[in-house]
Design a binder for this molecule. Structure first.
Ligand code: NDP
Ligand SMILES: O=C(O)C1=N[C@H](C(=O)O)C[C@H](O)C1
Length: 269
C-alpha cells in the first residue's frame, strides 16, 4: 500500500515541528504539505529544514486548500479559530483530520461536528497512549468510589506559553470522571476558587491549573476520601508521545467513514 500523505498545519509551532520530525521517522506516512498563516516569517522555507531533519522539498505555504487537495490527512495542533477553518477544508477534500488543538468552545465543537459529516475527524485533548489509558482508570475509579465518600480534584501544570486553561487533558479526565459518576461535567465542575468559597459542594469535580517554565504537561486526578487519597498521575516528558499518537490516529482514520472519533476509539480502549 502507498504511504499516507499528511499535511502538518501550524508547522512552525512547538507541536508542528515535532510532528514533522515524527512523520519523517515513521513508516507508512510522509509529509506532503506544511502550512502556516499568511504573513508568517516562515513561509517559503523548507519544512524539513525548519524542523532540523534536512531538506524534504516541502515549502511552508499559506494555502491550505491546495495542500489538502493533494493529501490523505491533516495533523492539526494550532488554535481553535484555525482548526474550525481547517475542518471545513478537510470536509471539502473528504480526508482525515486529526485535531489536537485545545481550548475549543462549545460553538467551535459544534462546527467541528458539522465538518465530521464529510471529514473523518479524530479529536482529543491528549493524543498519548498513557493519558487515554489513565482516562479509563479514572472512569472506573470514579464509578467505584462514590461522591459521598470521595471528592475528585484535577491538577495540571504546563509550560509558560500555554494559552488555555484548564488544559484539554484535564477536561478529558474530568469528562471520564463524570462519565464514571453518570453526571454532566458542565453542571458539576468548579473551575476557579478564590476568597471565601464556603465548604466544598458534594459531587463536584474541581480543577486547578499551574503555569511555568518548560513543563511539557503534568496531570493528577486526586480522589480524596476521609483518611486516604488515591492520586493517579501522568507526566509527559517529551512531545513526541503526542505526535506518535496523532500519526497513529491518521493511519487509523485513513479510509474510514466520516465521523467524529476519539483517541479511545483509535486505541480500542
Ligand atoms: N492533544 C494533544 O495531545 C496536544 C495538544 N496540544 C495543543 O496543540 C495546540 C498547539 O500547541 P503548541 O504547538 O504548543 O502551540 P504553538 O503556538 O507553538 O503552535 C501553534 C502553531 O499554529 C500556528 N497557527 C495558528 N493559527 C494558524 C492559522 N490560522 N493558520 C496556520 N497556522 C496557524 C501558529 O502560528 P502563529 O505563531 O503565527 O500564531 C503556530 O505556529 C494547543 O492548543 C495545545 O494545547 C499540544 C500538545 C499535545
Ligand atoms: O499546550 C500544551 O502544551 C499541551 N496541551 C494539551 C492539553 O491542553 O492538555 C496536551 C498536553 O498536555 C500539552
Amino acid at each position: 500500500m502507498s504511504e499516507m500523505g499528511l499535511v502538518v498545519v501550524g508547522a512552525a509551532g512547538r507541536m508542528g515541528q515535532v510532528l514533522l520530525r515524527t512523520v519523517h521517522s515513521m513508516a507508512g506516512v510522509r509529509v506532503v504539505g506544511a502550512i502556516e498563516r499568511a504573513g508568517s516569517p516562515h513561509l517559503g522555507k523548507d519544512a524539513g529544514e525548519l524542523a532540523g531533519i534536512g531538506i524534504i522539498n516541502v515549502p511552508i505555504s499559506d494555502d491550505p486548500l491546495s495542500a489538502f487537495a493533494k493529501a490523505d490527512g491533516v495533523l492539526d495542533f494550532t488554535a481553535p479559530a484555525a482548526t474550525i477553518e481547517f475542518a471545513g477544508y478537510a470536509a471539502q477534500a473528504r480526508i482525515a483530520h486529526v485535531i489536537g488543538t485545545t481550548g475549543c468552545s462549545p460553538d467551535d465543537d459544534a462546527k467541528i461536528a458539522a465538518a465530521a459529516r464529510h471529514a473523518t475527524i479524530v479529536k482529543s485533548g491528549n493524543m498519548s497512549l498513557g493519558v487515554n489509558l489513565l482516562s479509563v482508570l479514572v472512569e472506573k475509579a470514579a464509578q467505584a468510589l462514590g461522591p459521598d465518600d470521595f471528592d475528585i480534584e484535577i491538577v495540571e501544570m504546563h509550560h509558560r506559553h500555554k494559552v488555555d486553561a484548564p488544559s484539554g487533558t484535564a477536561l478529558l479526565l474530568g469528562e471520564a470522571a463524570a462519565e464514571g459518576r453518570k453526571i454532566a461535567l458542565a453542571e458539576k465542575s468548579v473551575r476557579v476558587r478564590d476568597g471565601h468559597t464556603g465548604v466544598r459542594e458534594t459531587g463536584t469535580i474541581g480543577f486547578a491549573a499551574l503555569r511555568g517554565g518548560s513543563v511539557v504537561g503534568e496531570h493528577s486526578v486526586i480522589l480524596a476520601g476521609t483518611g486516604e487519597r488515591i492520586v493517579m498521575s501522568h507526566l509527559a516528558e517529551d512531545r513526541t508521545i503526542f505526535a506518535r499518537g496523532a500519526v497513529k490516529a491518521a493511519l487509523w482514520a485513513h479510509g474510514r467513514k466520516p465521523g467524529l472519533y476519539s483517541m479511545r476509539d483509535v486505541l480500542g480502549l
